[in-house]
Design a protein around this ligand. Structure first.
Ligand SMILES: [Zn+2]
Length: 480
């Protein structure tokens, strides 16, 4: 991947040994200072803007949308054609509702029109090329401002503060980073600038997890920043081994995968702290983080313009209704994403959070639709994982599970057990799960020692090999 020479990219390219020597000195400097002026300004803005009344946020959105639409119309062939086709000029945007006059785009539109969607030369030093997509789902390539990282990081760190994170606090990170064993055989790497302790989510054996936890106990007050599947594996190990939670972990921050309610429950039980999750994607159109006082998500109004649309493309304004997340990002000025359909879904709650008073759009049940969203029934319908949420004792001897599906109506339930399962126990698990699926999908069982991970170290709940039912396939969502 060709990357621009932003400060963050330069730091990532410094060899580990040099980084650690340099970092020892830099580690004494407050993190906010090290991350630079743009980060500090963005952070100050984000911390204040989250408390704006809705009217002020709307004014801000309208001003930013006018800028983005003008930029897109005047500098890209794609958006000029798209706006002209519906007789729209950027100056026609008088209220936020006028946005619905513009057509939506999705991943396939971006793939077909990449060259015509850029506002300037992508060979510039301040432009990054992004390529997302793991072993499953449709990959996506696009261009973005190299300076996005400091703005993005300001939003993320401010979101994390709701969970108890403080800038400069160490983080124990289990998020798919390739970490080589150190001289003691521990898969651990330390970034003294960000104060991140990286552990390998590709080596989650009982032995290694015990070592990770032992190491985490020594890093002082910290938060665990993880893929839901990695934190869940750690929680499963702790419960099975009767290992107490490291008392210095203040919160668990989850990103990049759907968090299932049963995973959340297991983690909170094992760690005894709040599990906090946020929603975002590499395209940088919408960022939503959980409330400090409830499980609901707040959409950041200054990060991008958010819409929730039903199947006919009509905006949803009724509490309890589910729709597709559509966003117009304010961060990417190299390749504007205007009314971008993410393929992800959420349930609408309202425009104000009663628990904290923030006047933000409130959502719950955010989920990627495909392929991690569910199993495909014989009739082609999708059985959501939420429907399969297991609250009884079906998985009393199962640490982790994953569905593998290669044809509609049939799937294999792969389980990593905590004990050796006898024939009767296996039959009990399959019968319980099949009862739950009511014949839509028929399961068989396979016992494994580990489950399938993507090349980024994520562990999807469903490994889906059926043909995608639509063009707008969603791979596991990326944050940051
Ligand atoms: Zn709230």
């Amino acid at each position: 991947m060709r990357r621009a020479r932003s400060l963050k990219n330069l730091w990532d390219d410094v060899p580990l040994c040099v980084r650690s020597t340099l970092g020892r000195g830099l580690g004494l400097v407050p993190l906010g200072l090290l991350l630079g002026r743009e980060f500090q300004n963005s952070r100050a803005f984000v911390r204040e803007a989250q408390w704006w009344p809705a009217g002020r946020a709307r004014e801000y959105q309208l001003a930013r949308l006018r800028e983005m639409l003008t930029l897109a119309y005047e500098h890209t062939e794609f958006y000029r054609r798209a706006f002209d086709s519906v007789g729209f000029r950027p100056q026609d945007l008088r209220t936020l509702d006028d946005m619905t006059r513009l057509p939506t785009i999705d991943k396939s539109v971006v793939a077909e029109n990449l060259a015509d969607m850029c506002t300037r030369s992508v060979d510039a030093r301040d432009v990054d090329y992004i390529s997302t997509g793991g072993t499953s789902g449709t990959p996506l390539q696009f261009y973005i401002d190299a300076s996005r990282s400091s703005v993005e990081y300001a939003y993320l760190t401010t979101s994390w503060e709701r969970a108890g994170y403080r800038l400069g606090m160490p983080m124990a990170v289990l998020r798919g980073r390739m970490v080589k064993p150190d001289r003691n055989g521990l898969c651990h790497e330390y970034d003294p600038i960000l104060r991140h302790h990286y552990y390998s989510s590709f080596h989650m054996t009982d032995d290694n997890m015990a070592r990770y936890l032992r190491h985490v106990r020594g890093i002082g007050p910290c938060v665990l920043h993880a893929y839901p599947s990695s934190a869940h594996a750690l929680a499963g190990h702790m419960l099975a081994a009767g290992e107490p939670a490291p008392h210095n972990i203040r919160a668990i921050i989850l990103e990049s995968e759907t968090v299932y309610p049963d995973q959340r429950e297991t983690m909170e039980k094992a760690f005894g702290v709040r599990v906090f999750s946020s929603y975002g994607h590499s395209e940088k159109c919408v960022l939503a983080a959980q409330c400090d006082h409830s499980q609901d998500y707040h959409v950041w109004p200054t990060y991008g313009y958010f819409e929730l649309l039903d199947e006919r493309g009509t905006p949803i304004a009724t509490a309890g209704q589910e729709g597709e997340i559509v966003g117009t990002g304010f961060i990417n000025t190299v390749m504007p994403f205007i009314r971008y359909r993410t393929g992800d879904h959420a349930t609408y709650v309202g425009e104000r959070c009663e628990a904290c008073g923030r006047q933000h759009t409130v959502l719950r049940d955010i989920k990627g639709r495909w392929p991690q969203g569910g199993l495909i029934a014989a009739d082609g319908s999708v059985v959501s994982m939420t429907a399969l949420n297991v609250h009884d004792d079906t998985f009393r001897h199962v640490r982790e599970y994953q569905f593998h599906q290669s044809s509609p109506g049939k799937a294999t339930l792969c389980v990593v057990p905590t004990i050796t399962l006898d024939a009767e126990e296996k039959r009990r698990i399959v019968t319980n799960m099949n009862k739950r699926l009511q014949g839509q999908v028929v399961l068989d069982l396979e016992v494994r020692t580990e489950l399938v991970k993507t090349e980024r170290g994520k562990q999807p709940r469903v490994i889906q090999k059926c043909d995608s039912p639509s063009e707008s396939a969603v791979e596991a969502r990326e944050t940051a």
